[in-house]
Design a protein around this ligand. Structure first.
Ligand code: ATP
Ligand code: MG
Length: 201
């Protein structure tokens, strides 16, 4: 086959591919508030969610962030986004259960936090709600999954919600429009590198 044939075949193949892609783009003609779940053991769940916060702010949208497990208060995303006028930032958790070692208190804290989230889920002026590390209080049974699902279902139709955390409940994934499982192929921490500013916090 000479070069001319090769390039004609390539052009034809690309043309067919373009028709398929164009057809599927034309088919996706709905708008709706999406529920996204970012789960799995790999790095990138919260940072992906905060990437969407940046996107939303770029469109002039109002954003609400709720952090359920408060690991640290010195993250770059918190320092940056707290300064943005379009963002309300709530820290609702206290830390992992092995830090607090008080189940009643964990349950109470999580449910008080959910009250704050519910208000955001009833506020149509907030276009994007990030529920960072929400999977844990659900997994530990601090928050009733049915309550979470029904509040999510009752939110304004155009409001987007992003949920992060490992081990997302099946019922949450079933309800979600987009579910991404991040895979832990390799992480620098296991090679002895501590968390780095700008990458890990
Ligand atoms: P990120 O905030 O970087 O997007 P994440 O939300 O996916 O991470 P978390 O479980 O919330 O992951 O953990 C947050 C911190 O733990 C970050 O500093 C991250 O780099 C680190 N981390 C995430 N996944 C792993 C892993 N598989 N092994 C070691 N450290 C991890
Ligand atoms: Mg995270």
């Amino acid at each position: 086959m000479d070069d001319n044939d090769k390039s004609t075949r390539h052009r034809n193949r690309m043309q067919r591919k373009k028709e398929v892609v164009d057809a599927s783009i034309a088919r996706a003609d709905q708008d709706k508030g999406l529920l996204l779940v970012l789960t799995g053991n790999g790095k990138g769940k919260s940072s992906s969610a905060f990437g969407m916060v940046a996107r939303a702010l770029g469109h002039g949208m109002q954003v609400g962030v709720a952090q359920f497990i408060k690991g640290r208060s010195d993250t770059g995303e918190e320092a940056f986004f707290r300064q943005q006028p379009g963002v309300v930032w709530h820290v609702l958790g206290e830390g992992f259960t092995w830090d607090t070692q008080n189940l009643e208190r964990d349950i109470e804290t999580a449910n008080r936090g959910w009250g704050v989230v519910r208000e955001m889920l009833q506020d149509a002026t907030i276009s994007l709600v990030v529920l960072d590390e929400l999977t844990y209080p659900i997994k530990y049974g601090w928050l009733d999954i049915e309550m979470v699902l029904s509040d999510l279902a009752a939110r304004p139709p155009m409001q987007h919600v992003v949920i992060t955390g490992r081990g997302a409940a099946e019922a949450l994934c079933d309800m979600a429009d987009t579910v991404t499982e991040l895979d832990d192929v390799k992480h620098a921490f296991r090679a002895g590198v501590r968390a780095q500013n700008g990458i890990d916090l």
